[in-house]
Design a binder for this molecule. Structure first.
Ligand SMILES: *Cc1c(COP(=O)(O)O)cnc(C)c1O
Length: 497
């Protein structure tokens, strides 16, 4: 299984383990399979596998230059007792109507753990397989959860350094506490003035800065990425779509072969793209519904075929979705343009230079078949949190609430009664201020940990180990820099000559 750039030539393709180590293609494109896997499998047997085995099977389809025993070892370690639920991704049916796929039972309380507990396994094994003798510098822009999850996943992993940039004032108090409190010799997290897109743009720029990359190599380092731009981060997310389907069959809510819908709270388009890959592998999915918050560039894109980032940026209560340039959409464009890399390159250059592009009617028609989209305002998000709690006694976080609201609206407008799974991306305790406010109409007295206590006093029940652990570590001092200083900071951290 070889990987090529969405903007480049097949002849420059790499094997999967190299693509994992590289993270991003040198031409700025994203790695995609040269030949998308078409495995022959028995769906009934597949979905009965325990999560670890399911993950191993699916990963083997995409990463077949890793020896089987290594993927077995990796998936066993990635999905072990750092999860507070044996199913890893349990599905919870609620009276309010939907099935919520809870992806937040890992150590940092958001769905990023699913991939970022696995990525270090893929990365360290790739380093050994390919005899890489440099230290890997995981350089990451984060809207909050990727930062916490990659620091946790790579903490004290030999041969790696993690440098995380997050938008100053753009992450939740709990996320900030997690990033500044995560122990590990090899971890750095720094705030950047500006929003997530500013940080992500500069990270992409640094990745493509040839001179700086050479300097890194001269000092015994090389960059990689833990963003969903990295194929090693994306593929582990395909697994839970199959796991959700398996649980629906097992619970007798659907029959084997029935189609289902997923609504996915979307930011960088990694999560929903994994759903698209699951569908390409043959999982019976009818529609993937892309849910956005007030940063609704994707809603407009799916409605009109025009992607236009020239608009106001909103800081919302669902910060992981405060994104105007959704990187992984590029991989979907590659598919709907029939793998025509030249067209993808042109669209991406237009986005960079002019701030917008329009896709062809042919490409648009293909998207209409597979996807739907909608968005929720801040008021609709809090309304949804309250509604779901009052009808079901079930707490959801603001990101999940965006999905839940958009799914409800989609069903109302489309009359599509296909069983619906909402991908639930974070624990409500990761965003206690918003959830508390939604339930009571009152603000919490303080932010962060005291707000968790206050929310817990209100709703009762057991706090999971992951939430309790938040109270354990003392945070480091925060530092804030300008985007222009990011390269310098990296040089400093790594003590580059
Ligand atoms: C990252 C994240 C999202 C968005 O996922 P993408 O893969 O970036 O589209 C949604 N919700 C939460 C809680 C997240 O952490």
């Amino acid at each position: 299984m070889n990987y090529r750039s969405t903007r480049g030539n097949v002849k420059d393709a790499l094997k999967s383990s190299d693509a994992v180590v590289q993270g991003l293609a040198p031409d700025g494109g994203l790695y995609v399979p040269v030949d998308f896997p078409k495995p022959a499998y028995d769906l009934e047997k597949l979905i009965q596998l325990p999560y670890q085995k399911l993950a191993q099977t699916i990963l083997q389809w995409f990463f077949n230059d890793y020896p089987e025993d290594q993927l077995a070892d990796g998936t066993t370690k990635a999905y072990a007792d750092q999860w507070d639920n044996d199913s890893i991704a349990p599905l919870s049916k609620q009276k309010a109507g939907f099935n919520y796929l809870e992806l937040y039972h890992g150590p940092t309380l958001a769905f990023k753990d699913i991939a970022l507990q696995m990525l270090p396994q893929l990365m360290t094994k790739a380093i050994k397989l390919n005899g890489v003798d440099r230290d890997i510098v995981i350089l990451t822009a984060t809207s909050g959860d990727t930062g916490t999850a990659s620091m946790r996943g790579f903490s004290n992993v030999d041969g790696t350094q993690v440098i995380v940039f997050y938008p100053d004032g753009g992450v939740s108090p709990v996320q900030l506490k997690q990033m500044l409190g995560q122990p590990g010799q090899n971890l750095t997290a720094v705030a950047v003035k500006g929003n997530f897109d500013d940080a992500q743009t500069e990270v992409k720029h640094i990745f493509n800065d040839q001179a700086f990359n050479q300097r890194l190599i001269d000092n015994g380092y090389q960059f990689s990425s833990a963003n969903s731009m990295n194929i090693g981060r994306l593929i582990p997310q395909v697994v839970y779509y199959f796991a959700a389907y398996g649980q629906l069959v097992e619970q007798g809510r659907i029959k084997l072969g029935d189609a289902i819908n997923f609504t996915v709270p979307t930011g960088n388009f990694g999560d929903i793209l994994a759903g698209w890959y699951a569908k390409k592998l043959g999982l019976p999915i009818k529609k993937l519904i892309c849910a956005s918050n007030e940063n609704n560039v994707l809603t407009d894109f799916f409605t009109t075929g025009k992607y236009d980032r020239r608009r106001a940026f909103h800081l919302t209560s669902a910060p992981a979705m405060d994104i105007l340039v959704s990187s992984n959409l590029e991989r979907l464009l590659f598919d709907v343009y029939d793998e025509d890399a030249a067209s993808v390159k042109e669209l991406m250059e237009r986005l960079q230079n002019d701030g917008w592009y329009q896709i062809t009617t042919d490409a648009k028609a293909k998207l209409d078949q597979e996807f739907a989209a909608g968005y929720a305002t801040q008021g609709q998000v809090t309304g949804e949190i309250k509604y779901v709690y009052e009808t079901s006694g079930y707490l959801i976080d603001p990101h999940t609430a965006v999905g839940s609201f958009v799914a409800r609206q989609y069903q109302k407008n489309s009359h599509d009664e296909t069983p619906m799974v909402i991908v639930s991306t974070a624990s409500p305790y990761k965003f206690p201020e918003t959830v508390y406010h939604a339930l009571t109409g009152q603000n919490t007295q303080q932010q962060g940990l005291p707000a968790i206590k206050q929310l817990h006093d209100l709703v009762g029940g057991e706090l999971t180990a992951g939430v309790r652990e938040l109270f354990d570590h003392q945070p480091r001092q925060e530092s804030v820099i300008a985007p222009d200083d990011m390269e310098n900071l990296i040089a400093q951290v790594l003590k580059l000559k």
